[in-house]
Each structure stands twice: as structure tokens, then as C-alpha cells.
Design a protein around this ligand. Structure first.
Ligand code: PRT
Ligand code: MG
Length: 214
């Protein structure tokens, strides 16, 4: 038999919201991926396996064909750049917004060249460049909400869902930069060489997404 079709997923909210869609498409992991320590999970289908990777690494695994397909947030895809990837389907899951945020009570005189702390350097640079606004971007890997509290930055760019994390840290949303959902991504070469099984998976997932929306 030919090697199985590999799907790259990240633990957490994407996995949680992807499993029902995969189940509707006839794919179920052999053990619970949230609790399993295994990084390669067989499924009920001999021709499909799941690999568990870091959310921000999903596009890399798919770009190099280590996984034929994957599921990643649009936030992560923009930062990756999308090289070598098709993005055939918006799954509509793990929905949130990429936002500019800052102190709920901003200083009376706005900073001349604000410092913006973020994990999303590419999106942030593009957003401010598009508006012709000068900012200094400070790259962080997490806990952006802390930066304004300790004087590291004036503002942050981060994902916001309920807004609870901002509020809990004395921050408020200022502007929406992008609406974010998770996307199915496909390795460009695999889309040609393994067209049949990939097409079948894309169609099955699209049906599952449509059925849920209906
Ligand atoms: O593992 P790694 O650190 O690389 O990735 P990760 O920790 O970002 O993974 P995970 O599972 O948390 O998020 C994966 C994907 O989920 C992201 O890439 C987004 O596409 C999507 N997503 C949707 C979110 C959120 N909603 C979200 N609210 N990712 C993160 N958050 C965080 C946000 O960064 C902030 O700290 O939740 C907090 C805000 O939530 P509220 O409800 O308080 O506003
Ligand atoms: Mg994390």
C-alpha cells in the first residue's frame, strides 16, 4: 500500500474544533489526541494519519511535504508567508480577531513613535505601513499583554476572542487588523502527485463545514 496521507494538526483549540469536522469526513484518531503523548496518531483509516505539531510549525511541515495537508490559523499563515502552500478551504473554526490594543486609559499625549509589542511582526508591519504610520515593532513570543504594563511597549498586537485577557490586564481593544479563522492548507506538489485522496479530503471537509453552517 502507498504511504498514508498525513494531516498536521496542533493541540488546543484547533484540534478540539477540527475533530468533529474530521469525524464528519469519516476520519477518527485511534486514540484521544488531546491526552496522548504520541506525535503520530493512526486513524480508523489505513490511508490517513495525524501528526501533532506546534501551531506555528504546521505551515512548515506542509510546505516541505512532511505532511500533505494541515490546519492552521490565518494569523500563523500570514506570518509564515504561504510559500509552497495552497489554502483551499476556510474551516470557520478557532475564530478570533487580530487587534491593536493598549491601555484602557491611554496617556493624554500619544507617543510620537509608539512601540508595539507582538508575535505577529509581518502582519503588524504591513498594517502600519499601509496607513503610513511610524511605529517601532518589538518581537515577543508570548504574553504580549504584559508589555504595556511594565513599560516595554505602548501598544500590543495580539489575538482577541472574548476580550477577557485584555480587560484583566487593564488594556482595551483599539482597532481590528484582521478577522482570523483556521484554514486547510495543502502542499503544492502533493496536490498534483496525490490529487485523488487530497481532493476527496477537501470535498469531505467542505461538506462537513457546509453542513454545520446550514
Ligand atoms: O503552540 P503555540 O504557542 O505555537 O501556538 P498557540 O499557543 O498560539 O496555540 P493555540 O492553540 O493557543 O492557538 C492556535 C490558534 O488558535 C491561533 O493561531 C489562532 O488562529 C487561534 N485562536 C483563536 C487563538 C485565539 N482564538 C485566542 N484567543 N489563539 C490564541 N488566543 C489567545 C490570545 O493570544 C490571547 O492571549 O487567547 C487570549 C485572548 O483570548 P480572550 O478570549 O481573553 O480575548
Ligand atoms: Mg501555546
Amino acid at each position: 500500500m502507498s504511504r498514508p496521507l498525513t494531516i498536521a494538526l496542533s493541540k488546543g483549540r484547533i484540534l478540539e474544533q477540527t475533530l468533529p469536522l474530521l469525524a464528519a469526513a469519516g476520519i477518527e484518531p485511534a486514540e484521544d489526541p488531546q491526552s496522548s503523548r504520541r506525535l503520530v496518531l493512526p486513524t480508523n483509516r489505513d490511508d490517513v494519519e495525524i501528526v501533532i505539531v506546534r501551531a506555528s510549525d504546521v505551515p512548515t511541515y506542509v510546505q516541505y511535504g512532511a505532511a500533505a495537508v494541515g490546519i492552521a490559523g490565518k494569523d500563523v499563515l500570514v506570518e509564515h508567508g504561504g510559500e509552497g502552500l495552497y489554502e483551499p478551504l476556510d474551516l470557520g473554526i478557532a475564530r478570533c480577531r487580530l487587534m491593536l490594543a493598549g491601555p484602557a486609559e491611554p496617556p493624554p499625549v500619544p507617543p510620537r513613535r509608539p512601540r508595539v509589542a507582538t508575535k505577529y511582526v509581518r502582519s503588524t508591519r504591513r498594517y502600519f505601513a499601509g496607513q503610513g504610520r511610524q511605529v517601532e515593532i518589538i518581537k515577543l513570543y508570548g504574553s504580549m499583554e504584559l508589555a504595556p504594563l511594565v513599560g516595554l511597549s505602548d501598544w500590543i498586537v495580539d489575538l482577541v476572542d472574548t476580550g477577557g485577557t485584555l480587560r484583566a490586564n487593564g488594556l482595551a481593544p483599539y482597532e481590528t487588523i484582521a478577522d482570523i479563522t483556521s484554514r486547510l492548507i495543502v502542499n503544492k506538489a502533493a496536490m498534483k502527485t496525490r490529487h485523488g485522496p487530497i481532493r476527496a479530503l477537501v470535498d469531505a471537509l467542505r461538506d462537513a463545514v457546509d453542513a454545520r453552517a446550514a
